[in-house]
Design a protein around this ligand. Sequence first.
Ligand SMILES: [Zn+2]
Length: 155
Amino acid sequence: MAMQCPSCGSAHIQPMAVVHAGGTQHFHATHTAVTSDGQFVQGSSQGSQSTALAQHCAPPAPPSPLPFIGAYGIGGIIIYMSMTVCPLSARECVYVGMAGLRYNWKQAAVGLGLIALGWLLMKGWRTQAKVYSAAKRRWQSTWFCHRCGQAHHRE
Ligand SMILES: [Zn+2]
């Protein structure tokens, strides 16, 4: 049984993924040039370009985990640094260590704050990732009608 557009009855409908892939061209071009001393040089360029229709049918963008990974990483580095100021050997280390400790409490607190922020960002990212996977599933079962330009969700 042929798939038909529920709006206009056209059979010219395709899944969003197919429209997107069909309108996105990956190109690889090679350029040849002659330099002033008569030598041939070759350069190449590659990339991809999409038509407006392909962009319209593009899949949803996944959320980036980089913000929370960055916050965790920087927070961890700050705490690590605040704990490694004092050398373990020399006697004056105690003095430097105590003075440094008072100073490093703030540093450690900043590090902990960043890790707490990273935790919040990670919770937000998890929520976004759930929304994204639902949107992606929906996108995978969405069909685009080339006649009336409407997208229809099909189970
Ligand atoms: Zn239609």
